[in-house]
Design a protein around this ligand. Structure first.
Ligand code: CA
Length: 223
């Protein structure tokens, strides 16, 4: 899942980016309201973590512009001000939840998961392909009831393949979605990652799910 953080305090932004990346999310950061708005309009994020107090264009204005443009991306507001009128204003503008600073990262993660779960037209909470099960909110995977021990990137790769099962995904697309990198598609980063993933997901089981499409990329499919 892709998350956008809009936060002008660089330390806070870096802390959130690190924590969310380690939790398996692909994270972009904007330090200014207008940059955040541009990104949120251009890209399809699963959620936006939006600071209220931003220089020039503040969080209220970003949210209002986003909703005016018809974007229903769930928004979790971060506010240093916990006054009731502020909360009401945020919710009226279409924020999905808010968190008062300072907050514990674990609380942010819990709120974010709940926002992702409730959001309009959101991704399903879990995916199943044959005997493979993915819990997308808790980042857990199992096959035949056996827990698979995956790194955050391996989980991100597997959930991308599972979400778009039956569809051949190019290495370039995979690199972009999982690593947030735009690199030359003949690099073998993706191949190496898929090989590692297969060792955990397919090798111990008779039914192989990850298929190679030569010269194109990979597809997750049950035969
Ligand atoms: Ca701020």
């Amino acid at each position: 899942m892709r998350i956008l953080i809009v936060e002008d305090e660089r330390k806070t932004a870096a802390y959130l980016q690190k924590g969310l990346s380690e939790s398996g999310f692909v994270v972009d950061v904007a330090n200014r309201g207008d940059d955040g708005l541009d990104l949120a309009l251009e890209q399809d994020y699963d959620a936006v973590v939006l600071d209220v107090m931003l220089p020039e264009r503040d969080g209220w204005s970003v949210l209002a512009a986003l909703r005016r443009a018809g974007k229903q991306t769930p928004v979790l507001f971060l506010t240093a001000r916990d006054a009731v009128p502020d909360r009401v204003k945020g919710l009226e503008l279409g924020a999905d939840d808010y968190l008062v600073k300072p907050f514990a990262f674990s609380e942010l993660l819990a709120r974010l998961r709940s926002v992702l779960r409730r959001g309009p037209g959101r991704q399903p909470e879990s995916l199943r392909v044959a005997d493979l099960e993915l819990d997308l909110l808790r980042h857990k995977a199992a096959r035949d009831g056996q827990r698979l021990d995956l790194t955050p990137k391996e989980f991100a790769l597997l959930s991308l393949l599972a979400r778009r099962k039956g569809e051949v995904l190019s290495r370039t697309l995979i690199a972009e979605q999982v690593w947030d990198m735009y690199f030359d598609s003949d690099t073998n980063v993706v191949d190496v990652a898929v090989r590692r993933l297969r060792r955990k997901v397919d090798d111990p089981f008779p039914q192989k799910l990850i298929q190679t499409v030569r010269g194109v990329g990979y597809v997750l499919e049950e035969f």
